[in-house]
Design a binder for this molecule. Sequence first.
Ligand SMILES: Cc1ncc(COP(=O)(O)O)c(C=O)c1O
Length: 380
Amino acid sequence: MRKLARKKIRNIKPYKPGKPIKELERELGISERDIIKLASNENPIGPSPRAIKAIRESIDLIHRYPDGSSFYLKKKLASKLRLKPQNIILGNGSDEIIDIVTKAFLEEDEEAIISEPSFLEYRIIVKTRGARIKASPMELPSVLGGKGSSRRFAYNIDDVLRSITRKTKLIFIGNPDNPTGSYLTKKELAYFLKKCPKKVIVVFDEAYREFVDKRDYSNPIDFIDKHSVIILRTFSKAYGLAGLRIGYAVTSEKLAGWMERVRQPFNVNLLAQIAAESALDDKAHLSKTKAVIKKGREYLEKDLKRLGFDIIKTPANFLLISYRGVKGTDLFKSLLPYGVIIRDMKVYGLPAWVRVNVGTMDENRRLIKTLKRLNYGVSR
Ligand SMILES: Cc1ncc(COP(=O)(O)O)c(C=O)c1O
């Protein structure tokens, strides 16, 4: 049967998402109400109340196809970003936009440069196109045995630039990246784009942009007219609409035009469009989300450090943690019977690490309490 599949996809390992709450309920008989999930970087306070209201008011319309052009949502996004609707492409989550980008631009005999470790979907989707991946290692912080003095991973932009060949078409940069939290500073971005040939398209994935509170944080949207750049954003994280699947790309009209040609006509569903519009207007929900993440992140950083965890801090809504050589898989498994789901980072090439996202304060406290109960920080 293996032979039925295209040769280029035979060795792809399917993407494994964070363990669903319902799955743990089925497996261990723990009630859904008693489970907390800190594994998929979702919004802990839920969706915007305004988005929920808009969905309720529109539910009777779901016998209709959605507006394939997402007219009103594009208009709203464009006015917010001070661009034209023609600069925006909507997708069924930003995952779908990664797919659209490779479908529009990446030939089978071309290459994509992906930093390591970085979001796994870039690799998987590039492989589905049959194209080659060139890995560029991020600089390792000292806690991971590297020379870097910082406690976060950093993009090695010179290595990325050196990796460009005649065949390079795409470069993926998480800004900030999942799971490492690395991002490009304004200075790094200007340097990088100046040196990067325009025949290479740089994709900046900004799924976590709204959480970043750093003065030196770059904004690649300023460069869409002069360079070949595509910026990905999503409603799944800060806007709390992961279950509806909606994200978008911002780019030049020219690149957007090519992406429109390969997009499915009704890729963004009707409720998602309506909810996203309302979520954009719900400034109170966004501010509350950011405040919850900031406070929770500080709390987790402090208490996990106190328990003796190594921490890679990120400016986003998650952190990478490791405990004195304990395997990430073991740490992940040890929490499951207590109804706590976190993310094992083995598939990211980080077997000693797990990723936890910031939850509500109750959830954050429960994580710490459970770790203490399991004797992390005491006699291990
Ligand atoms: C860096 C990054 N990009 C994209 C996505 C996918 O987001 P979406 O829900 O918009 O498909 C994620 C989700 O975890 C992510 O971490």
